[in-house]
Ligand binder design. Structure first.
Ligand code: NAP
Length: 311
């Protein structure tokens, strides 16, 4: 029987895969380290991994029978595609099914930072709420009429734009290609005019630290940055300075440069909202992702195309 290594215990995927394969499961809430991954992948037909697992050339070279790398995510920046392609290894991923869940979380963050939801929650829990309805107490920002700048108008970016339209926001975007919808702006122009900037590009060599000191300084002082894409797209040191020194009004983040570590300077700030990489984390979405991640392994084993293959 062929073997599959799972870097997480994902019950739905396990129940589907065990009918065809012998499973090696890293059954822990913490991700496996590199040594553990390398040790377990020799002789496996497939690896089922997630974004925190670095599937680089060392892992791929250690897996001499590997046919499929299936990631439980739409992002595949943690997989060395060149090494996989050189060996003809299929890379499967889970686009589309997590688009709405991630767009919902993006909007939850946008609303939370604009209306100071977390600050208000913290105030009550620390028993410091004393004034009611004072005229400048906890004032936030309206969304109606504000400009939302979307960087990366793909599946998730477009789903965020649809939500923003419902709130009366004006949408501008930057992508590699112009689309026949909304207003296209260069990245420089988008950063200058937007009241909210939301990042939805993949992480790759072109987008690494795409938002740094220069970009943050070009934003409006009253603007907010939202990042639910990948932490390394933003230079976190520059962002911390921007938030401390008032180059921008605030940030709402689901992703960080060194997950699960979050810089203490970010944690100490009031003008940020932080969530722990939960963009796709709903019961329904994770169930569908698990199913697709499993089928992306089972299908090729049966001689069929995976459901979604990175091209
Ligand atoms: P997608 O459909 O491929 O959209 C990505 C968009 O980014 C595309 O429109 C692409 O433009 C644009 N883009 C690529 N390079 C760019 C660049 N250098 N400058 C400007 N735009 C660029 O992907 P998706 O499904 O929306 O997912 C986007 C990312 O979200 C994923 O890669 C993943 O890392 C992240 N994500 C995070 C979570 C979470 O839990 N926080 C959940 C899901 C996804 P063109 O169309 O013009 O080529």
């Amino acid at each position: 029987m062929e073997r599959v290594y799972l870097t997480r215990n994902i019950p739905k995927a396990v129940s589907m895969l065990k009918e065809y394969f012998e499973l090696i499961i890293h059954d822990s809430t913490k991700p496996p380290d590199r040594y553990e991954i390398v040790k377990n992948v020799s002789n496996v037909y497939a690896i089922l991994c997630s974004p925190s697992d670095n599937i680089d050339s060392i892992v791929i070279n250690a897996a001499n029978k590997l046919r499929v790398i299936s990631t439980y995510s739409v992002g595949y920046d943690h997989i060395d595609l060149a090494s996989a392609n050189a060996r003809g290894i299929i890379v499967g991923y889970t686009p589309n099914v997590l688009t709405n869940a991630t767009a919902d979380l993006t909007f939850a963050l946008l609303l939370a930072i604009a209306r100071r939801v977390v600050e208000g929650d913290k105030l009550i829990r620390s028993a410091k709420w004393s004034n009611i309805y004072e005229y400048n107490f906890m004032l936030g920002r309206d969304l109606e009429g504000k400009i939302l700048g979307i960087i990366g108008l793909g599946r998730i970016g477009a789903a965020v734009a649809r939500r923003a339209a419902g709130f009366g926001m004006k949408i501008v975007y930057n992508s590699r290609e112009k689309k026949n919808i909304y207003e296209y702006l260069s990245l420089d122009e988008l950063l200058k005019v937007s009241d909210f900037v939301s990042i939805h590009t993949p992480l790759n060599e072109h987008t690494y630290h795409m938002i740094g000191e220069k970009e943050l300084k070009s934003m409006k002082r009253c603007a907010y940055l939202i990042n639910t894409a990948r932490g390394k797209i933003v230079d976190e040191r520059a962002l911390i300075r921007a938030l401390k020194e008032g180059w921008i009004a605030g940030a709402a983040l689901d992703v960080y440069e060194q997950e699960p570590l979050v810089a203490s300077e970010l944690i100490e700030l009031d003008n940020v909202v932080l969530t722990p990489h939960i963009g796709s984390a709903t019961i329904e979405t994770r169930e569908r992702m698990a199913e697709i991640a499993a089928l992306n392994i089972i299908n090729p084993y049966k001689g069929l195309e995976p459901i979604y293959r990175v091209k």
